[in-house]
Ligand binder design. Structure first.
Ligand code: ADP
Length: 300
């Protein structure tokens, strides 16, 4: 039995770090650029693998230069690639990322490429991988019928499911009962609840609203402020680690990876949150997403 399966996308992140994020029509002189592995699914899988759990990545890529980058990244990080479908007629995805080097904040445009064509029938050929996992983790970057299908199969087979609802988009009611952990950031939580979150009280209101929709456990990540957890009874608020953030790209992915790892080791929720918070904080201290994920030895 594998520990964790992650359904999601790989994209090549092409990031530009500079003194600010340019405004529309503006040209600025930047400081550094980097081409590295990205895509929420791949980043989360890398974060889990670097912490030391066995992880399967379920995705689709092209047979091109960035497809090679995907396979190299996955293999180098000891991620099982048996369920990564490669199609020579499709392009591997890319993301253009602009980073403000002073705050580490970013603006991103993702071209999903190959995984936007994923079909339930293709996934069904690899479904045993999900059925045999303890944890199933996914986001909203692949077609939603595929996401829902996998969440349902995971639940039916006793997996713990985590949906990182990113990027935020409408989901049907059927999703709610198949999610154990729902992990929006502040903007995503606002999308699903209509509540603008600027403090702990508003995070609690949003979490209550999500619990009332039928989702079991809510974790709202609050960027440099930390996170808020609620299952409708127990509530936990944690401050973010104090680190010098230089690039927050992939911080949410590091968090979800850390959470999935902690849950796979059956740690109590508070410990899982502390670990995820630490993993995410550390990931902001390096430029890039997949390449910035910390190793288990770094977190102590
Ligand atoms: P996303 O990357 O999905 O937008 P957040 O911005 O909420 O998600 O960040 C996710 C987590 O990353 C936070 O809950 C926190 O643990 C960590 N984090 C983000 N920004 C910082 C920061 N500036 N300093 C320390 N930790 C951070």
């Amino acid at each position: 039995m594998s520990d964790i399966s992650v359904l999601g996308i790989f994209v090549a992140d092409i990031s530009f770090s500079g003194p600010k994020i340019p405004a529309i029509g503006e040209t600025i002189l930047g400081n550094k650029y980097n081409v590295g592995p990205g895509g929420k699914g791949c980043n989360q899988a890398v974060a889990i693998a670097r912490l030391g759990a066995k992880v399967n990545f379920i995705s689709k890529i092209g047979k091109d230069t960035y497809g090679e980058l995907a396979l190299n990244t996955l293999t180098k990080n000891k991620i099982n690639t048996k369920s990564v479908i490669q199609d020579k007629n499709l392009q591997t995805g890319v993301a253009g990322i602009l980073v403000d080097k002073n705050s580490g904040k970013n603006a991103i445009n993702v071209i999903v490429g190959a995984p936007s064509t994923l079909k339930v029938a293709e996934i069904d050929k690899h479904i045993d991988i999900i059925k045999n996992s303890k944890i199933f983790l996914t986001q909203l970057e692949v077609p939603k019928d595929v996401t829902l299908h996998c969440l349902k199969i995971a639940k039916e087979n006793g997996c713990l499911t985590i949906l990182n609802p990113a990027p935020a988009s409408e989901i049907t009611k059927e999703f709610y009962s198949n999610i154990d952990y729902f992990t929006p950031n502040e903007t995503e939580a606002e999308f699903y609840t209509g509540i603008k979150i600027t403090n702990e009280k508003e995070a609690k209101q949003a979490a209550d609203k999500l619990v009332n929709l039928g989702i079991k456990k809510i974790i709202i990540t609050l960027g440099e402020k930390g996170l808020f957890y609620s299952d409708g009874k127990e509530e936990i608020y944690l401050k973010a680690s104090s680190v010098k953030a230089i690039d927050t790209t992939g911080a949410g992915d590091a968090f979800n990876g850390g959470l999935a790892f902690g849950l796979s080791k059956e740690k109590p929720i508070k410990e899982c949150l502390e670990l995820a918070n630490r993993v995410a904080g550390l990931s902001t201290t390096k430029l890039g997403a997949g390449d910035a994920m910390p190793f288990f030895k770094d977190i102590n």
